[in-house]
Design a protein around this ligand. Structure first.
Ligand code: FES
Ligand SMILES: [Fe+2]
Length: 335
């Protein structure tokens, strides 16, 4: 069960799947900021131009190899290499070299497709260099409650594979024990729609001990996995009518031995939310505290678990095999 696979990991699939992967929180990157990155065994640079555009490129300047993530700076819509001040635009092309107008046509750095969603910055990764095969959907986040929720990066996450982590959403049997909730039951049809796996779950009240086919609701949790690198969760409870708790969770491989686990929790407020400002503040504060603890409850399990290729499932387990079959589309074809 624990033997190392052909990929040098505990998983029988490649460590770098295809999809959109978080590389930062949008609020942590102001115009003019530059950060070195390393993901998928590659060095990159992340920066925000003065007009606010987020850009990720390969790290090393094609001139003499300086890393564009250290000692460099943003000028307008360009990043300036610290070594001889060649400047690169948002499309990766060199647009200026000091003291000459002759710019070699091959003077460019590779640009990674990048998008901001749910307060996170995502890059597209495909091992074989295929351009994005889907866009991350936009949701109406204009009703977001400012300042509420939390965001967290765990950068000591072992080699947990994104597939293994997102399996959590359909692992109904772990909710009561790991997250101290009531029993979780499927709450409608699971939809697999190309790159999207949607699974609605109803959590029964924790003091409810009757049969599962009840109308009782502690909370509803709608989970969708979007491609190989992102899970988005929407949760509602009758205790906070008119509020939706949203989680964006992304697992980004650094190397075969290490992943980063990114999580952002925030809240949306319906126009007709009947709650008072005070009640909203109380709920969101408690939910943020609770969420910060709970998002890491199984975070302590993933880094150390084995991957059971043929799991011994019981009648109360969720559609784990269906999910795994769907996810195979994000495993790169490698010999
Ligand atoms: S190494 Fe970047 S300008 Fe020379
Ligand atoms: Fe969990």
């Amino acid at each position: 069960m624990n033997k190392i696979s052909q990929f040098g990991t505990r998983y029988p699939f490649h460590p770098f799947p295809t999809g959109w992967f978080s590389v930062g929180f949008a609020d942590d990157l102001a115009p003019g900021d530059v950060r070195p990155l390393r993901y998928f065994d590659q060095d990159m640079v992340l920066f925000r131009t003065e007009s606010g555009k987020v850009v990720v490129t390969d790290a090393h300047c094609p001139h003499l190899g300086a890393h564009l993530g250290y000692e460099s700076w943003v000028e307008g819509e360009t990043i300036v290499c610290p070594f001889h001040q060649w400047r690169y635009g948002t499309n990766g092309k060199c647009v200026a070299i000091p003291f000459t107008k002759a710019i070699p046509p091959q003077a460019k750095v590779r640009v990674w497709p990048t998008v901001e969603r749910g307060g996170m910055i995502f890059i597209w990764h495909d091992l074989n260099g295929v351009e994005p095969t889907f866009e991350l959907p936009e949701y109406d986040e204009s009703k977001r409650i400012p300042g509420a929720g939390f965001r967290k990066l765990h950068d000591d996450f072992g080699s947990a594979h994104p597939q293994d982590v997102f399996e959590n959403g359909v692992d109904f049997a772990h909710f009561p024990g790991v997250h101290s909730t009531g029993r979780a039951v499927s709450d409608g049809a699971i939809l697999t729609d190309g790159h999207r796996f949607y699974s609605p779950v109803r959590i029964l009240p924790s003091d409810y001990a009757g049969p599962a086919d009840t109308k009782e609701v502690g909370s509803t949790v709608e989970t969708e996995v979007l491609g190989g690198g992102l899970s988005r969760v929407e949760s509602r409870t009758p205790h906070a009518p008119g509020l939706t708790t949203i989680y964006y969770v992304s697992v980004t491989p650094v190397s075969a031995d290490l992943s980063h686990y990114w999580v952002h929790q925030f809240f949306l407020r319906d126009d007709d939310c009947p709650m008072s400002e005070e009640a909203i503040e109380k709920f969101t504060q408690l939910a943020a505290q609770h969420g910060e603890v709970e998002q890491w409850s199984d975070g302590k399990i993933w880094p150390h678990k084995a991957y059971v290729d043929q799991p011994l499932l019981s009648a109360v387990d969720g559609p784990i095999l269906k999910y795994r079959e769907w996810y195979t589309q994000f495993h790169p074809a490698v010999a």
